[in-house]
Design a protein around this ligand. Structure first.
Ligand code: URA
Length: 213
């Protein structure tokens, strides 16, 4: 019998944890924050794509022809939740350059903290594709849940969610709404505050990445 897929994957590799700690530091510049996020995302991709489908191809080495395996990158879609997802997306594309990319524009209503959609653009034939949704912070879970709900309308083969940081509230909300979607993260922090920020966290990921505050 196949064991059930674990629903929460905390990627605790020393390289990932080291870079995450540097990003948490409020003194980190916009430039370092963005570079570290990029590097971290590419390292996390190693774990997230561990079970990705492969196909066999013939390859001629300088000595003979052999059958070897490659990833069919075109079947993978990275879906970035705007705007902060962009930082993770770039890092993931640096190691899976053939992946297709979709974007979902969602903003958090500052009063209700609910997600409001303003943009949705996906590649064609989503029912043939494996989707990896990216957003640096899984906080209330509202944006992630809304994004996954919307994507499920297109019946992709599978959906995974990747974030840099989350908290118990975010994980619980996501698992309750979408128990079939595994969550990959570098850390589960202590808690959410009343404004929907993760504590101790790293602040507003979008602002720190783009230098908007
Ligand atoms: N979004 C962020 O950018 N930071 C948080 O702590 C929570 C949500």
């Amino acid at each position: 019998m196949t064991p059930p897929t674990p629903r929460l994957h905390v990627i605790d590799h020393p390289l990932v944890q080291h870079k995450l700690t540097l990003m948490r530091n409020k003194e980190a510049s916009t430039n370092s924050f963005r570079r570290l996020l990029n590097e971290l995302a590419s390292l996390m991709t190693y774990e997230v794509t561990r079970d990705v489908a492969m196909q066999e191809v013939q390859v001629e080495t300088p000595l003979e022809t052999m059958t070897a395996r490659v990833i069919d990158g075109k079947k993978l879609v990275f879906v970035s939740i705007l705007r902060a997802g962009t930082g993770i997306l770039d890092g993931m594309l640096s190691v899976v350059p053939g992946a297709r990319v979709g974007h979902i524009g969602l903003y958090r209503d500052p009063k209700t903290l609910t997600a409001v959609e303003y943009y949705f653009k996906m590649p064609q034939d989503m029912h043939e594709r494996d989707v990896i949704v990216v957003d640096p912070m899984l906080a209330t879970g509202n944006s992630a849940i809304a994004a996954v709900e919307r994507l499920k309308e297109l019946s992709p083969k599978s959906i995974k969610f990747v974030c840099l940081l989350t908290c118990p509230e975010g994980v619980a909300a996501m698992h309750k709404a979408h128990p079939d979607v595994p969550v990959y993260t570098a850390a589960v922090d202590r808690q959410l505050n009343d404004h929907g920020y993760i504590l101790p966290g790293l602040g507003d990921a979008g602002d720190r990445m783009f230098g908007t505050k």
